[in-house]
Design a protein around this ligand. Structure first.
Ligand SMILES: [Zn+2]
Length: 430
């Protein structure tokens, strides 16, 4: 917060909730909320306003990344298994070697890496608590869904108790733009009874839910027929595979997990019936196209997901799956997979992504009352309206000039890139 109004002008302002504006401006109030968006000629400039001008850039809403694991930052390419059950096993082993300090450092780095690609809000899952602490320390914006594990149904109460106590501890980091959420991890790590209790506990505490679901073939086999890579792991641990003849999504429904507060991550192996179930409960989806391909899961049925009217956003997943994080590259792949228009693919990382995580009144579009979160990208001074959407979808971190979080410039391209010809600072920024 600057204590003063801030006014950003650019060759294009792209509110997402309204048509793009040529020679537009965004005015932020001293608390970092948006006061006005529109043609620069009509957006006021109250006395004492600090201004920045980017004539050859486009101002987008700060991007929203619907799925990250920021405590894994730095583990790029560390685990190489092709088999997903093996990969998970090895990833957990590598993560366990990290000290609490290392996890905290990784989480901070992960938040800053997101800022470096124009992402201002993250929806993160993890079990260390490092990410919510990093979000709070850095004054960042996001939801940290704290994971619970426990495949043995006999231990559901014990697992729940320990997790609930940890949620209480982590609640001290929540507040302002930092939210705590709950994540019963995945059907191959959480028993049905624990899913049910965890969902009940989260709802009683007012915490949103997120879980990995219908991601791999092995997960589906575990629940349907008690076979496959995860079923083998379970037997090795003396556990009986589920084998209930249901799909992962139906299994979530059976245990009372689905609802408008539930973010279903991946949903690669979701049938038409599953999508109807998700739609009936108003659940949302985090779509991670590059991660799904990296692990050989296949492609999520994005077209059908959208056709059912499900809320959906795109996420990067972790750098252990795909590195470096690049949310706009995910949006490009989603565009191809879903046969989307450029605007529809941009929606998956802005307005639609915010809707998917329940934050659409706060972020994801540029409109009065929303947070002043901006991603400002170089697009060239000559870009016309016809070429604008394709030019925006082609962007990457290399074109990012500045990331603004509630009026705070949390990332600025090093000179001379942040001042391309014609772009200039109109007033000293704090
Ligand atoms: Zn994940």
């Amino acid at each position: 917060m600057t204590g003063r109004h801030l006014r950003y002008t650019a060759g294009w302002v792209v509110p997402m909730a309204a048509a793009p504006v040529r020679d537009g401006a965004v005015l932020l109030d001293p608390s970092g909320r948006i006061l006005e968006v529109g043609p620069a000629a009509s957006v006021p400039e109250p006395a004492g306003t600090l201004g920045r001008s980017f004539p050859s850039a486009a101002i987008l809403p700060g991007l929203v990344n619907t799925h990250t694991h920021l405590e894994l930052t730095g583990l790029d390419g560390e685990v190489q298994d092709d088999s997903f059950p093996e990969w998970i096993l090895h990833l957990v082993a590598v993560k366990r070697q990290r000290t609490p300090e290392a996890l905290r450092a990784a989480a901070r780095q992960g938040v800053e890496d997101n800022w470096r690609m124009g992402v201002t809000t993250v929806a993160d899952t993890g079990d260390s608590g490092a990410v919510i602490e990093a979000l709070a320390d850095l004054g960042a914006s996001g939801i940290a869904y704290h994971e619970v594990f426990g495949p043995d149904p006999r231990l559901a109460d014990d697992c729940l108790r320990a997790w609930a106590a940890r949620l209480d501890e982590l609640a001290r980091f929540a507040g302002g733009r930092v939210r705590l959420g709950a994540s019963p991890h995945a059907p191959f790590t959480v028993s049905g009874p624990l899913y049910r209790r965890a969902a009940q506990h989260a709802r009683a505490a007012g915490l949103p839910l997120a879980m990995h679901i219908a991601e791999s073939v092995a997960e589906g086999q575990l629940l349907a027929i008690g076979q496959g890579g995860f079923a083998t792991r379970w037997r090795e641990r003396g556990l009986d595979p589920v084998a209930e003849g249901v799909s992962p999504v139906a299994w979530l429904e059976r245990h009372g997990v689905l609802g408008p507060d539930a973010l279903c991550i991946h949903c690669v192996h979701a049938t038409e019936d599953d999508l109807l179930r998700l739609a009936a409960h108003g659940a949302a989806i985090a779509h991670c196209p590059r991660s799904n391909r990296r692990h050989g899961h296949g492609d999520a049925p994005l077209q059908a997901i959208r056709a059912r009217g499900l809320r959906v956003g795109v996420g990067t997943d972790s750098v252990a799956s795909v590195a470096p994080l690049d949310l706009l590259a995910e949006a490009r792949l989603a565009r191809r997979l879903g046969g989307l228009s450029a605007w529809e693919s941009l929606d998956l990382v802005t307005r639609g992504a915010a809707e998917a995580v329940g934050l659409e009144r706060e972020v994801g579009s540029l409109a009065p009352g929303r947070w002043g979160d901006l991603a400002i990208f170089a697009v060239g001074a000559q870009l016309d309206e016809l070429r604008l959407p394709d030019a925006l979808t082609a962007l990457g971190p290399g074109e990012l000039l500045c990331t603004v979080l509630a009026g705070r410039e949390v990332w600025l391209a090093p000179p001379p890139r942040h001042n391309p010809p014609g772009d200039h600072l109109l007033g000293p920024m704090p």
